[in-house]
Design a protein around this ligand. Structure first.
Ligand code: SF4
Length: 341
């Protein structure tokens, strides 16, 4: 029997032990599913994502959008196109839009504020996922009406973080996430699984950090090596460990909103369905318009790049109902209270 209390108390030795062996996996998955049902219910929330710029000033070693990658066709969506797209998302009945990009300075404080102000008119919850920006900007955008901010911490091992992120540190990333929390954003963190040199202990540290932050959203995906990056020849993360991390995250932060990530679906045809069976309660249909969509190439084999325009919406809805779950009808804010059993 697994000791749920030790998991929830983020006992690092115990988490490391569970991450090192596979004999308790089925029980971890079952427990995560029960906790998901009990704390966040049967609804799976749709978050429509618009990847509006693949330009980035950073050089994260694992990422296809890194500034030094010259083998990628770069794009920036004009503000009007992003706003139009958000309107379409609202018309499709989805209640959250995720605005995602590389760290692209073209989208200044004012431009992002304009996006938020215009998109608010469509009654959408707005999630920003545009990387590390000035604290003052976070504040301005919160006041303008942004609801959530996603910024994965990627790894809570300071040494590994420093190796993967030239000119950044885990300490700095943590300071940004704490500031976002302080400002009242629903704040999303999360990590990659299977990074070169990452140990089970490092993954246990990720879970401890998610608990410490009391992350409102938790994105966990496998590391997928990209041929256009310095990590091209490394081995990628595996399905089982990634699913186990999703399940453990659900047990550690029971009320968090946890997506079945696109990366999970990219390493296995049923990756996202398994994610939803083992603790996830969010899915993010890709609503990036063409011709841009195929160029947001974070990693190879990314799914949903060539689907017809809005096809991902129906596809993800079918996935949810096929699992006997319900498509969320509200904004999908974090539930603070335990639901009646
Ligand atoms: S992970 Fe984000 S910040 Fe890093 S290179 Fe990719 S897009 Fe830029």
């Amino acid at each position: 029997m697994i000791e749920v209390e030790r998991i929830q108390n983020v006992d690092l030795d115990y988490l490391t032990y569970l991450l090192n062996i596979s004999t308790h996996d089925e029980e971890i998955f079952r427990t995560a599913d029960e906790i998901r049902r009990r704390y966040v219910g049967e609804e799976i929330h749709l978050r429509a994502i618009i990847e509006f710029s693949n330009i980035c000033t950073q050089n994260c070693l694992y990422c296809g959008l890194r500034a030094e990658n010259k083998d990628i066709k770069r794009y920036r969506m004009p503000l009007e196109s992003i706003i139009e797209r958000a309107e379409l998302i609202s018309e499709l009945g989805i209640k959250t839009v995720v605005l995602q990009s590389g760290e692209d300075p073209y989208y200044t404080t004012e431009r992002v504020t304009q996006l938020i102000t215009e998109i608010r008119k469509f009654n959408l919850a707005i999630t920003l996922s545009i990387g590390e920006r000035k604290f003052e900007e976070y504040k301005i955008w919160k006041q303008a009406g942004a609801d959530r901010y996603l910024m994965r911490h990627e790894t809570a091992s300071p040494e590994l973080y420093a190796k993967l992120h030239p000119h950044d540190s885990f300490e700095n990333r943590k300071a940004h996430l704490l500031e976002l929390k302080r400002l009242g954003y629903e704040t999303g963190a999360g990590c990659m699984v299977g990074l070169p040199g990452q140990t089970p202990r490092d993954l246990a540290l990720d879970l401890a950090f998610l608990k410490e932050l009391d992350a409102d959203m938790i994105g966990i995906g496998p590391f997928i090596p990209n041929a256009d990056t310095p990590l091209a020849n490394e081995k990628g993360g595996d399905l089982q460990t990634t699913l186990k991390m999703v399940a453990l995250a659900r047990i550690v932060v029971p009320t968090a909103n946890i997506p079945a990530t696109t990366a999970l679906g990219s390493i296995h045809p049923l990756g996202r369905q398994l994610g939803m069976k083992y603790g996830a309660n969010v899915i993010m249909p890709n609503l990036t318009p063409n011709p841009y969509r195929p160029n947001y190439s974070l990693y190879p084999g990314k799914i949903c790049l060539f689907e017809k325009d809005t096809a991902c919406v129906e596809c993800t809805k079918n996935m949810i109902t096929g699992l006997g779950l319900k498509v969320g009808s509200g904004y999908g804010y974090r539930i603070e209270k335990v639901r009646a059993q």
